[in-house]
Design a protein around this ligand. Structure first.
Ligand SMILES: Cc1cc2nc3c(=O)[nH]c(=O)nc-3n(C[C@H](O)[C@H](O)[C@H](O)COP(=O)(O)OP(=O)(O)OC[C@H]3O[C@@H](n4cnc5c(N)ncnc54)[C@H](O)[C@@H]3O)c2cc1C
Length: 491
């Protein structure tokens, strides 16, 4: 049976490895770090458990579909809880609570803007239709041809690809708080709402329609589940094994070199950041120039803090957004004139509010995230400066003092993304999903220059986020299977 080498052990790599092992390939994973999971690894310190990266469990259907492909259910591996409230948004003069049903959310919208619930229900109905089209018809295509986007349903909605989500939202809602609330979900796609096609309002259905979930023990439980599944399927996992080279012979992949050792394989799939993966090849085998990468729009990087609090915090939920400064100014400072934000918006996650397993008794596990432009200067002084800014704002908005209850804090920023994941410009979430960076316009799943070399993950198809990464692994495995089990031509 053919040998497959998978580089990296993030969601996309684990997904690809599981599918290929199921089809009988001999699969080995090579991961540079000492634990699997990539951007979704875990930090455990003094009894506090932190997810280092993703914390929002959205689109539960995609996770169920993934495990169902192996005749399993998520509940075979982890226990899910639907969060109520899903999250809270702190504005300068008010706090919005997003509940776990449309009725609760409509009630909250009415409190802010009379009559808005009627528009909201209509908006979410349309978003649900788009979700069905996106998830069942578009996202499962490998991005090989523009024709993949042409379906009966997309032709009827062609205008939605040329209007932005911002335009669509502002047409229906006037209150700036409701506008920010409805523009928030597309931030997961990595671009400004004014640059994201309104078709992507399917993210609003993911938010209000499908809800926000929590795997008991944290997001790392999903990684542990996938690692277990991979091992059950016979995948071999090498951690602490950075790949230094992909060797090519007669136009075909031949081997990789990891930590000075050479491993031969028939197929190589890299789930490491795409730009970095190409640097593992001799120049003539790379498909994209440095200029190509430099000109792309990346999803933001982040400044992150993992904080152990020695007390339970008041007036916070599991997920909390601090939109008490200008959304437009902060986005402009990420995308238009990259610089450290003048007045940062931030996100705070306290998983121990709903899951006691994540902090010692009477304590709170705190994760803070400030989105920033990729490639910014990153120094200990800047990190501390921004920590102080958000702690002051956090105390002000939640009406409590917390600074004197900090047991420890760890931080993670641009330099760590580069050093730990070989991330291009220290991006956190890969390449943004804008109109010109969608589907066939994204870096390819398969190499155009080297036979049996493939790429997966958040810089290729379909895009950033945990559910898309699971799908990316599936798509790349399907291309590999087609070519190698059904002997379809490569390029
Ligand atoms: C802070 C943060 C918050 C996020 N929040 C959410 C969220 O709430 N919900 C959500 O759905 N998504 C979220 N995301 C996005 C989501 O986590 C990612 O899209 C997803 O985890 C990417 O998976 P991946 O497989 O593409 O890449 P990665 O997870 O980056 O995996 C790539 C792997 O390749 C390894 N690697 C790199 N170079 C080499 C080499 N030379 N040799 C061997 N291995 C190598 C890396 O170490 C890494 O393990 C978040 C991301 C971040 C960073």
């Amino acid at each position: 049976m053919k040998k497959v080498i998978v580089i990296g052990s993030g969601f996309s790599s684990l997904s690809a490895a599981c599918y290929l092992a199921k089809y009988g390939f001999e699969v080995s994973i090579f991961e540079k770090n000492t634990t699997v999971g990539g951007r979704a690894r875990q930090l455990v310190k003094q009894g506090f458990t932190f997810d280092i990266g993703p914390s929002w469990y959205w689109m539960p259907d995609i996770f169920e579909k993934f495990f169902a492909d192996f005749n399993k259910k998520t509940s075979d591996y982890y226990q899910l809880e639907k969060l109520d409230p899903a999250y809270k948004i702190f504005f300068e003069d008010d706090v919005l609570t997003i509940g776990d049903t449309m009725d609760k959310i409509c009630e909250e919208f009415e409190r802010i803007e009379e009559g808005s619930s009627v528009h909201l229900r209509r908006f979410i109905r349309k978003a649900q239709e788009n979700y069905d089209i996106a998830i069942n018809k578009i996202v499962l295509k490998p991005g090989l041809s523009p024709l993949e986007l042409v379906t009966k349903e997309t032709i009827l909605r062609v205008d939605q690809f040329f209007k932005s989500i911002s335009q669509e939202v502002r047409k229906r809602f006037k209150n700036p708080k409701l506008i920010s609330t409805l523009e928030f979900p597309v931030l997961f796609l990595g671009a400004k709402p004014s640059k994201t096609p309104s078709f992507y309002n399917f993210m609003n259905y993911a938010d209000f329609g499908l809800g926000t979930w929590h795997p008991k023990g944290g997001m790392y439980e999903i990684i542990k589940a996938m690692e277990k599944l991979a091992l059950e399927l016979g995948v071999t996992i090498h951690t602490d094994s950075p790949v230094e080279k992909i060797e090519v012979e007669n136009g075909k992949v031949k081997a990789i070199v990891a930590k000075g050792n050479r491993f031969e394989g028939d197929i190589v799939i890299s789930g490491a950041d795409y730009h970095h993966s190409e640097t593992l090849l001799d120049k003539k085998y790379r498909q994209y120039s440095e200029e190509y990468w430099d000109n792309k729009t990346y999803a933001p990087s982040s400044l992150l803090f993992y904080v152990g609090f020695t007390k339970k915090l008041q007036r916070v939920e599991h997920h909390n957004l601090f939109f008490d400064t200008s959304f437009d100014l902060h986005s402009a400072e990420i995308y238009d004139h990259p610089k450290w934000p003048s007045e940062p918006l931030f996100y705070a996650n306290f998983p121990s509010v709903s899951d006691t397993s994540m902090a010692p008794e009477g304590c709170e596990t705190g994760f803070f995230l400030i989105p920033i432009a990729p490639g910014l200067e990153d120094t200990p002084q800047l990190r501390q400066q921004y920590f102080d800014i958000i702690m002051d704002r956090f105390e002000l908005r939640t009406g409590q003092s917390v600074k004197n209850s900090i047991l420890f804090k760890e931080s993670f920023c641009v330099n760590d993304f580069v050093e730990q994941y070989n991330s291009y410009k220290g991006n956190a979430y890969g390449m943004a999903n804008t109109l010109t960076q969608t589907a066939f316009l994204r870096p390819n799943l398969k190499s155009k220059k080297v036979e049996n070399l493939y790429f997966t993950g958040q810089l290729t198809v379909p895009g950033p986020g945990v559910p898309p990464s699971l799908i990316s692994g599936k798509l790349v495995s399907e291309l590999t299977i087609k070519k190698n089990l059904h002997n379809e031509s490569h390029i």
